[in-house]
Design a protein around this ligand. Sequence first.
Ligand code: FES
Length: 79
Amino acid sequence: MLGQSERKGSRVIVCHCHRVSDRKVARAVADGCASLRDLRRECGAGGGCGACIPVLRTLLPDTGAPSVPSLRETPHEAA
Ligand code: FES
């Protein structure tokens, strides 16, 4: 049984300081953002405490960051 968030299409807030979701970051990347600076300028993500920066790096293309499971994968799916 799907929860309400799955029915509507779930999203994860990746930057709590600026309430930026993974979808908004993905949209910004699709629109050409290729760096943390671009993301900060486009949607504010990463412009506060900085705690989200490791996650933002994984969502950017070709950052050289180590691969981590998708935010949408459960630990079982990522194994
Ligand atoms: S959580 Fe993104 S800057 Fe604080």
